[in-house]
Design a protein around this ligand. Structure first.
Ligand code: BES
Ligand code: MG
Ligand code: ZN
Length: 498
């Protein structure tokens, strides 16, 4: 997708024009407004909207085909909804919707009239960024494993605004973030036979070649040598070996402590010996989305040339039942020396993350953020609307919430107290990998991870089990079914302000 910013939408240059509609109420009367700089078109379009023939609701659109005004061939009006409710997210949704319509109509070029939109919200830069993000996120498909793939059109979009030059930075940032997110989505969507730890590591090495990200990959022997007993133990049931992926980006002085991003890269989770039921087991190919999304985040951070030091760690493994697989009752020794009784081999994410968190803690990090599709309990508590965040530091939660407010990804701060820690104390080992009492499964998982965070290190854990995968069409820019790249935008925003 190509996006440029121009000053004015001129009909001599473009065939297709995109406008926005909003509504408001004054003295019981509904007033519809169309954003358009061209008086003649506005007159024509406005009449239909004032007659209530067409809707300005969010998610709605109207197309004027072959408009006989001797100008643009097609005019598309996208609804932004109630004027007082308009946020950058309204534009993100509008952008997502627009891409889908253009693809459906096989229109690959359009100019979007943003000229009047500064009247809608006070943050024109944010709306431009959100709009382009929505368009680019929506312009994602994974058709390469169909014998007759849908052809992908390359969208060429111009955004018209009188102060076009101030938009350039936001538009290219939006594209960089969305493209990195789409890369992460693809990793999550690829099935286990086409995306295993070895393939993941090779792909990451390939895409970071020639960038400022240095990628190092540890194989099974190195993982064992480095005493990563959790990652090693989880991998034993599979014929596909594990990998530990280290991605380093140095955008600031070496003296500046790095931010660590840690992501669960479980390329397929069958549950292992504590095998999962077959219904929806296919979806466990997305158990690597924590890893995929931190990969996407660091790629975007590098593209934006942010002046920070960031290291992403991705412990990657399959979780399979096999003759050598870890069994219930087995005791594993993690990198920091703590021993764990594996009472359920399906609680594997915390075992592979524990080694990565220990490793991160050794590197004198400024902060550690981890992300994982960690628990089914998270899906039960927050569904696919909010990501649950656990932390040992209130100030950090505030910073993360501030970032999420700007990125407009929904977060919910979850409780983590000493009772959760009590629940994961072991009998035959130091810890047990599942809680001893019923309920609060996401919190006991978080309490387990906390055991591997070094003293005084601010840490937050994002459980994206519900938000990493989409089912339904709540957000126009997300696929109806598939990986969403959740929290990439929030991580980038957080790092930007760190
Ligand atoms: N990957 C799953 C969690 C998950 C479930 C993610 C559903 C997305 C959707 C994780 O490895 C797991 O299996 N967790 C267990 C833990 C339990 C055994 C304590 C779970 O949540 O059932
Ligand atoms: Mg599991
Ligand atoms: Zn898992």
């Amino acid at each position: 997708m190509k996006v440029s910013v121009i000053k004015k939408a001129e009909s001599s240059k473009y065939k297709n024009l995109v406008l926005f509609s909003t509504h408001s109420e004054s003295k019981g009367k509904k007033i519809i407004k169309i954003s358009c700089d061209n008086k003649e078109i506005l007159k024509h379009v406005d009449r239909d909207f004032q007659n209530k023939t067409y809707s300005s609701a969010i998610g709605s659109h109207t197309i004027y085909r072959h408009l006989d005004l001797g100008m643009f061939e097609n005019v598309l009006v996208i609804g932004l909804g109630e004027k007082s409710n308009i946020k950058p997210e309204s534009f993100r949704l509008a952008g997502g919707h627009l891409t889908k319509q253009l693809e459906q109509w096989k229109i690959d070029q359009a100019v979007v009239d943003f000229s009047k939109d500064t009247n809608f919200v006070r943050r024109p830069l944010h709306i431009a960024q959100a709009f382009v993000e929505g368009m680019a996120l929506s312009h994602y498909m994974i058709e390469d494993h169909k014998s007759q793939p849908k052809p992908k059109i390359v969208l060429n979009i111009d955004i018209a605004h009188e102060k076009s030059s101030i938009f350039n930075k936001e538009v290219s940032a939006a594209l960089a973030i969305a493209e990195a997110t789409n890369y992460a989505k693809r990793l999550g969507d690829l099935p286990g036979n086409l995306m295993n730890p070895e393939i993941l590591a090779k792909d990451v090495q390939k895409v970071t070649k020639g960038t400022k990200i240095k990628t190092t990959v540890w194989d099974k022997a190195r993982i064992k040598k480095e005493k990563m007993g959790g990652l090693y133990g989880v991998s034993l049931g599979s014929g596909n070996d594990p990998r530990f992926i280290i991605m380093e980006y140095k955008g600031a002085a070496a003296s500046k402590k790095p931010i660590f991003l840690v992501g669960k890269g479980l390329t397929f989770d069958s549950g292992g010996i504590s095998i999962k039921p077959s219904a929806s087991m296919d979806e466990m190919k997305y158990d690597m989305c924590g890893g995929a999304n931190v990969i996407g985040a660091i790629m975007a951070i590098e593209k934006l040339k942010l002046k920070v030091n960031v290291t992403a760690l991705i412990p990657s493994s399959e979780n399979m039942p096999g003759s050598l697989a870890t069994k219930p009752g087995d005791i594993l020794t993690q990198r920091n020396g703590k021993t764990v009784e594996v009472l359920n081999t399906d609680a594997e994410g915390r075992l592979i993350l524990a080694d990565a968190l220990s490793y991160a803690s050794e590197q004198q990090p400024a902060v550690i953020l981890d992300m994982a599709t960690l628990t089914g309990a998270m899906v039960v508590s927050l569904g696919n609307i909010h990501t649950g965040v656990y932390s040992n530091d209130e100030k950090l939660v505030k910073k993360i919430s501030a970032a999420a407010k700007i990125s407009e990804e929904k977060l919910w701060n979850m409780p983590l107290v000493e009772h959760h820690t009590t629940d994961i104390q072991g009998v035959f080992g130091d810890l047990r990998n599942i809680g001893a009492s019923r309920g609060a499964g996401s919190a006991t998982a978080a309490a387990f991870l906390k055991e591997f965070i070094g003293e005084d290190i601010p840490w937050a854990h994002f459980d994206i089990a519900g938000t990493a995968w989409n089912a339904g069409d709540r957000l126009s820019y997300n696929p109806k079914k598939g990986a969403t790249g959740s929290m990439v935008r929030t991580l980038v925003e957080f790092v930007k302000n760190f």
